[in-house]
Design a protein around this ligand. Structure first.
Ligand SMILES: C[S@@+](CC[C@H](N)C(=O)[O-])C[C@H]1O[C@@H](n2cnc3c(N)ncnc32)[C@H](O)[C@@H]1O
Length: 290
């Protein structure tokens, strides 16, 4: 495609095929009125690949040796990796001040705590929890086995997470004391404390893949924030049911502040804490948070 060539146009039929492929692979749902969003996000990819039309791109995505690699490239274009350290601080306070002391008490015999940050993007979310646990346990941390896993569909986002170097933008909602205690400034970068980095592992995982999720075992806490907005109800229900299977009976699920489980058939009930956006399994003897 020459520099002067016009942007490829996506027909309705091409949109239907592409959105079906994307949904099938990831659960990300592009309703008909969001065709322009998909088109604007993918047109750059077609230009990079010097492909003229969406039929060729669909072929490339559906067949051939680079199919899986291209899916990764495509997800990098169509998903939003927006995140930050201490994103939605009031909710994180609920986690740290109300839930964490209780679950630590409940696990004080086994001294093992397992937390999953599902769709963690570039790692700020699970690292925030690592900081909260570090400062809550203090010297007692050495006696505990803390397992925090951050997963995302995007390999590129996880590469950033693994590096642990962040820009001003990533720490824009981070309290000053936390910045001075847990980061070192190197030029324009905020370098995360190596001890905090070592508390979190990262793995590529597609939330559509319920079977693969089983290998993670049981979690005490699941954070799944700001990704369900991209899914339809069917995918949300399926995901939430798999979370329920994987969450300890007294565990808690935290979701994004603009998300809700209302109207979905799930085994979760809301915990009524303002700003908490958190859920426990129905009819299970959960930790009393209120
Ligand atoms: C807006 S970010 C949310 C990051 C973080 N949880 C937060 O709230 O700050 C959404 C993330 O979901 C990921 N994502 C989208 N679809 C996914 C899927 N099917 N499986 C796993 N991750 C997915 C994207 O790659 C992106 O990093």
């Amino acid at each position: 495609m020459s520099d002067t060539a016009s942007e490829p146009v996506m027909s309705d039929a091409q949109f239907q095929r592409l959105s079906a492929i994307i949904y099938e692979r990831s659960g990300i749902h592009f309703p008909d009125n969001k065709k322009y969003v998909l088109e604007s996000r993918l047109s750059r990819r077609l230009q990079e690949m010097e492909i003229d039309d969406y039929d060729q791109y669909i072929m490339f995505l559906s067949t051939g040796p680079y199919r899986d690699d291209e899916f990764q490239e495509m997800f990098n274009k169509i998903t939003i990796n927006e995140t930050s350290f201490f994103r939605n601080e009031p909710q994180l306070e609920v986690f740290e001040k109300q839930f964490l002391p209780k679950i630590l008490e409940a696990r004080s015999t086994v001294k093992r705590l397992r937390i999953w940050s599902a769709a963690c993007s570039t790692g700020e979310e699970p690292f925030t929890m690592a900081i909260q646990i570090h400062r809550s346990l203090g010297l007692r941390l050495a006696d505990w086995r803390i397992e925090i896993l951050g997963t995302d569909i995007s390999e590129k986002a996880l590469e950033v997470a693994q590096r642990g170097h962040y820009t001003d933008y990533a720490v824009r909602t981070t309290p000053a004391l936390v910045k001075s205690r847990y980061f070192k400034q190197e030029g324009s970068q905020w370098v995360l404390d190596p001890q905090i980095r070592s508390m979190v592992n990262f793995e590529v995982h597609n939330l559509k893949d319920r079977v693969a999720a089983k290998r993670f075992g049981r979690w005490d806490v699941i954070f799944c924030r700001n990704v369900m907005i991209y899914f339809d109800d069917q995918m949300r229900e399926s995901l939430l049911n798999s979370f329920a299977e994987q969450l300890a009976d007294d565990g808690v699920l935290f979701i994004g502040h603009s998300e809700t489980l209302r109207g979905l058939k799930t085994p979760f009930e809301a915990i009524s804490i303002p700003q908490g956006f958190c859920y426990q399994k129905v009819q299970k003897p959960g930790l009393k948070l209120t």
